[in-house]
Design a protein around this ligand. Structure first.
Ligand SMILES: [Zn+2]
Length: 286
């Protein structure tokens, strides 16, 4: 298992914002101190404009350089364009690892799955997972699926992958909840599994099973995972019910697909985030 991270991703913050540097700092410390799982560490690749512009508009890339907040949740932090670009580079490095036969997690911030072609929103600026999925397709991967288990719907990823050949988007998330999309399937290749907030975990696991069945049905050659840990029962941003062992089970089920896969950190705002990530990684490693 390879963890891709860069300490610079902890260099921006806003007081009281749940998407905070400690998410990464605490997880890195915790993963380095544990001895249950052997880890190798790596750094993000450089992410050039050409790769990013498959998913985003030039206007959007330029807009990231301006000092005007995108919305109340998504401030124009100094240097955010560089931070977002490094987070994309983490996903690209994770993709490279998966192609070389190694499991990998990009442990970076900011997250990306809400960012649309022309809009930063919901703590997200550039859509790392979609950019990596499009890059995989462009460079010879047959069928690429994005599997998103963040508690929020990956509206940006859906928009970028919608009806694109060789790509599928499969998401399980609370509905209704921010950003308000994902209530039903869309187009030929976007499959949404909405779950009512507060749904008991056993029921949530059954719906996860349906989402995994859809993923298998697509017969992917590669799976890119938007790994969000905010459906955890202790998360402050949603009314989730999942336990650490459920994230272990998600990892285990992904491993059971026997398809190369890589993961990109999306949400997860509880103080238990490091433990949840380790549980997931242990499941992935079997
Ligand atoms: Zn989320």
């Amino acid at each position: 298992m390879t963890i891709i991270t860069d300490p610079r991703c902890a260099e921006y913050s806003a007081r009281g914002h749940p998407e905070r540097p400690e998410r990464i700092i605490g997880t890195v410390e915790f993963l380095k101190a544990q001895d249950k799982l052997a880890l190798t560490w790596s750094e993000p690749l450089a992410a050039g404009d050409e790769v990013i512009l498959r998913a985003h508009t030039r206007e959007h890339l330029d807009r990231l350089q301006t000092a005007v907040d995108f919305d109340a949740d998504t401030p124009a932090y100094p240097g955010i364009a560089g931070h977002a670009r490094r987070s994309v580079g983490g996903a690209l490095q994770a993709l490279a690892a998966a192609r070389a036969g190694r499991s990998a997690l990009s442990l970076m911030r900011p997250p990306g799955h809400h960012a649309t072609a022309d809009r930063a929103m919901g703590f997200c600026y550039l859509n790392s997972v979609a950019i990596a999925a499009l890059e995989a397709r462009e460079t010879g991967c047959g069928r690429v699926a994005v599997f998103d288990f963040d508690v929020h719907h990956g509206n940006g990823t859906e928009e970028m992958l919608l009806d694109k050949p060789g790509l599928a988007f499969i998401s399980i998330h609370h509905f209704p909840l921010y950003p308000g999309t994902g209530g039903s399937h869309r187009g030929r290749n976007c499959f949404n599994f909405p779950v009512a907030p507060g749904t008991p975990r056993q029921e949530y696991r059954e719906i996860l099973g349906d989402a995994f069945a859809q993923l298998r049905n697509f017969r992917p050659d590669l799976v890119a995972v938007s790994a969000g840990f905010d459906s955890y029962r202790g998360d402050p941003l949603a009314d989730g019910t999942l336990e650490a062992e459920d994230f272990y089970w998600i990892g285990q089920t992904l491993r059971g697909l026997e398809v190369p896969a890589f993961s990109v950190l999306e949400g997860g705002y509880s103080t238990e985030l490091p433990e949840l990530i380790l549980a997931y990684l242990r499941g992935l490693e079997g």
